[in-house]
Design a protein around this ligand. Sequence first.
Ligand code: HAM
Length: 411
Amino acid sequence: MNFSPPKGTDDIFPPASRAWRRALMIWESLAERYGYDLVIGPVFESTEIFARGVGESTEVVQKQMYTFEDKGGRSLTLRPEGTASVVRAYLGSGVQGEVKLAYSGPMFRYERPQAGRRRQFYQTGVEYLATAAPDADAEVIEIGYRFLEEVGFDEVEVALNSIGDGECRPAYLAVLRAYLNDKRGTLCDDSVRTLETNPLRVLDCKVCAPHLTDAPNAVDFLCDACRLHFDAVQVRLGNTGIPFRLEPRLVRGLDYYTRTAFEYIATGFDAAQNAVGGGGRYDGLAETLGGSAVPGVGLAMGIDRILLAAGEDGSDIVPLDLFVVVASPERRETAARFVSDLRRAGVRVDMAPQQRSVKSQFRAADRRKAAGVAIIGDEWDQGRVIVRNLATSTQTEISVEEAAEWAKSNR
Ligand code: HAM
């Protein structure tokens, strides 16, 4: 039996998982502070949600989907991303008007695995639905930036672009197509195939893009409404102190984007996979899925990549407040009840799973980086317990009722 996880997947095991837990807790707190309600959807969807939503000509749909037929003959796909599912859920919910939703969970793409590029990876994201206002774009961009700040990044850049909308994009695509047709001989097979149907994809092609530095940029073709929107996003970002860099080459790998597109680049991380998050506006996605016109903007942060770029190996164990040392076997039941009560009182506390020598229990307390120990001995019969601060080795006797407060103040 081979105990390795499948290719391109990871076991997020301690100590690494400690950094994950911390990052996910930061994310939850941030999403709540910004007013995003939680949405939890299925991990698989009808294949057509992604084929239509993400776009037939994208690499994700053409090459990377985990698609299978279930026993009922339905074509299902493990979600390669969250946005199309969330928009589907919104359309199905019957909810009207603006909604702010946050989600997190594993996504699946059949990629060539490497550091920061996995077949199962974890995203946290938000979608701000049913508003076309530029303030929503700026807010979403801000959340991702604050998240990276709170996780501990100091070198991060927001790359920002606008790729226009149904009004101005056709004219831009015509010019881009003509430009690419001139270069046809230098393009890879995939790009030649998508040149007619979806020329923007060519600008996202890792092979071709570096040779297309003089290609026309969408931002130079924006209509007045898109230009105003883009300007307003930039003003709001400036006002809230989010540094950004205009990146006219940024087109993103999914087809649903309109107007704003952005990515977070971990500049201190010297690797190909330094885009630690990204997103944008997708005003046409709901209609592509067969729903009414529901504008929206959102982002997804790649947790695997963020922790890799941050160099987080999670080696710092979350310290216990208290380790309960049981002096003799007949006091184990009492101690277990004591531990249970302390946990309900909000104390991070543990004890050994079976009776061991007192010395060995003290060693366990050290290993778990406990701030203190409580020793359950003969004093218990008088409702008292000995507590010791492990940093200073000072010891005192307190009443059992005082133990929770003592543990919290001794953190
Ligand atoms: P995305 O750029 O495809 O956008 O993915 C967002 C982030 O997920 C990336 O920046 C990266 O950090 C992480 N990621 C993507 N693929 C992998 C992989 N194979 N291995 C590790 N990490 C990966 C979206 O998925 C959009 N749904 C974002 C969005 C939300 N747009 C609007 N709303």
